[in-house]
Design a binder for this molecule. Structure first.
Ligand SMILES: [Zn+2]
Ligand SMILES: [Zn+2]
Length: 90
């Protein structure tokens, strides 16, 4: 018989990054992209220049206009994924 233990975190952490919708523009090649898998305080790398870019604009995720689960998310370009060492979508 398997008993599942649920870990309930009661610690309120305001510093915890939140998933938002971010718009990026690379300062080197001027490429623009947006990602529904953007985290506050985290950056994403330009896939051409491989440099970290901070989002110039972030919006809260809203149901309907963004679907981060369906988005193809390049883990090697996302600072959050790199820190977690797995996809930030999981
Ligand atoms: Zn670039
Ligand atoms: Zn990620």
């Amino acid at each position: 018989m398997a008993t599942k233990k649920k870990k309930v975190k009661t610690v309120v952490d305001d510093q915890k990054p939140k998933r938002v919708f971010g718009d990026f523009q690379c300062s080197k090649c001027n490429r623009t992209w947006s990602s529904a898998n953007t985290w506050t305080g985290m950056r994403q790398k330009c896939k051409i220049c491989k440099i970290y870019v901070s989002p110039h604009k972030t919006n809260p995720l809203r149901r309907g206009n963004t679907d981060y689960n369906k988005e193809k998310h390049p883990e090697e370009l996302c600072e959050m994924c790199i820190k977690l060492r797995h996809s930030c979508k999981n």
